[in-house]
Design a protein around this ligand. Structure first.
Ligand SMILES: *Cc1c(COP(=O)(O)O)cnc(C)c1O
Length: 430
């Protein structure tokens, strides 16, 4: 594989951008190679600057559920841009997208658009604190909620991959108001939420964890979480930045039939442009300025290009049969992976729900941060490099999801399975 252009760009990038990247995991450090620079992508295929093609299972870390460069999304962005790219004033597009998203996601009565998932979660906990008058935020080990100060406590992939516990620059005073407890541990949850010494504003959770690799909520976990938070007057926030419009039109909350008080969205709803959103119960959302006192603002929030892309994409997802077809394709692919895993001479645990999945190089069950940490990351690194050399683009970290999109066709998935099988054989031969 030729990588001269990427190598040259990486060298140049490192001189002007920290680590040569604008988001740490992209640097590919944990998988032991340098990043490839992307020239373009179409459908399920991503092409680097040296002209190498790869079957893409990263999907820009989630947004590309239709594949890259979907004609409806591209046309929406193009035609919207002709009329201007930002006004700092309301536009019809944001009303349309707000209506469509509220109609799609069961618990949403009102929604506020922001520019990233990080901004959505950061704003949601400020709102929960403002609404309840309490300070403490409960999160779960290995769940990632963006890079705001309050969340950088046992914070999932990016931080795990770099092997740092939290982050310098985050004051103790802020982190002391965040408590992180094990995922899927109902006893720890109950004990923490009932602790009379904690003044808990909210619990924030990835209803399916995607940032320590894919980990499903066990039977009863989300239900008990809902019951306890309701009983104790604690705001329940579902961080559906990955799962929203991924697991169903209405996200994990539709899939599991559990209504949070607030929901954070991002990734898919921007169709690949920078968007986030938070929303939920009207009485809580009406605490946000200018309706209420909790301040939150954004110069580019509701940006017309982003709204147009989101609208075009969500309209595609609402076409009958979309999620059924995606599920069928993903299940077929996962069954193939499972067969390969079963024949491997080392332990592989495949966790999947819908079109998101992770092959852990670890014995099962992988059900929380601790069990995910048992994964052999050096082996994943070798697998990653072998897959890349074979034309398959995986996430450059063991602790991420692989995403199947509507654009992946049967032959591309077959090719990826064949490559996986051959990569596993090579790993066993070492
Ligand atoms: C990606 C992600 C975020 C952060 O979103 P950004 O747009 O990267 O700021 C928050 N929560 C979850 C669950 C995510 O996967």
């Amino acid at each position: 594989m030729q990588t001269d252009h990427s190598a040259r760009l990486f060298a140049a990038a490192k001189k002007v951008i920290p680590g040569g990247v604008n988001s740490p995991v992209r640097a590919c450090k944990s998988v032991g190679c340098d990043p490839l620079f992307v020239r373009k992508a179409k459908g399920a295929v991503i092409t680097d600057v040296d002209g190498n093609d790869f079957i893409d299972f990263v999907g820009s870390w989630g947004p590309m559920i239709l594949g890259h460069g979907h004609p409806a999304v591209v046309e929406a962005v193009r035609s919207t841009a002709l009329d201007g790219t930002s006004f700092g004033a309301p536009t019809p597009l944001e009303v349309e997208l707000a209506e469509l998203v509220c109609d799609s996601v069961p618990s949403l009565e009102k929604i506020r658009f922001v520019n990233s998932g990080t901004e959505a979660t950061m704003s949601a906990i400020r709102l929960a604190r403002g609404f309840t008058g309490r300070n403490m935020v409960i999160k779960f080990d290995g769940c990632y909620h963006g890079h705001a100060d309050s969340f950088l406590v046992k914070a999932g992939s990016g931080v795990i991959t770099l092997g740092i516990p939290g982050s310098p620059g985050v004051p103790e005073d802020i982190v002391k108001n965040t408590l992180s407890i094990p995922y899927n541990d109902v006893a720890a949850l109950e004990a923490t939420l009932r602790d009379p010494n904690l003044s808990i504003a909210c619990v924030i959770v990835e209803p399916v964890a995607g940032n320590m690799g894919v980990i499903l909520p066990e039977e009863g976990f989300l239900l008990r979480l809902r019951e306890l938070t309701r009983e104790l007057g604690i705001i329940l926030i579902f961080d559906e930045v990955i799962t929203g419009f991924r697991l169903a039109l209405g996200g994990a909350q539709e899939r599991f039939g559990i209504m949070p008080d607030l929901t954070c969205l991002g990734k898919i709803i921007g169709g690949g442009l920078p968007v986030g959103a938070y929303g939920g119960r009207q009485d809580i959302m009406d605490t946000v300025a200018p309706e209420g006192p909790v301040y939150q603002a954004g110069t580019l929030s509701g940006n017309p290009l982003a709204m147009a892309a989101g609208l075009a994409l969500v309209r595609e997802l609402r076409k009958p049969g979309f999620y059924e077809a995606l599920e069928e394709k993903s299940a077929w692919f996962a069954a193939g992976l499972q067969r390969i895993a079963d024949n491997a001479s080392f332990p592989i645990t495949l966790n999947r729900i819908g079109s998101m999945m992770t092959c852990f190089f670890a014995p099962g069950p992988v059900r929380d941060f601790e069990s995910a940490m048992r994964a052999d990351t050096a082996m994943y690194g070798r697998h990653y490099r072998q897959m890349l050399a074979g034309g398959v683009w995986l996430a450059p970290s063991q602790f991420e999801a692989a995403f199947v999109s509507a654009a992946h066709d049967r032959s591309q998935l077959e090719q990826a399975l064949a490559m996986t099988e051959s990569s596993f054989k090579k790993l066993a031969d070492r």
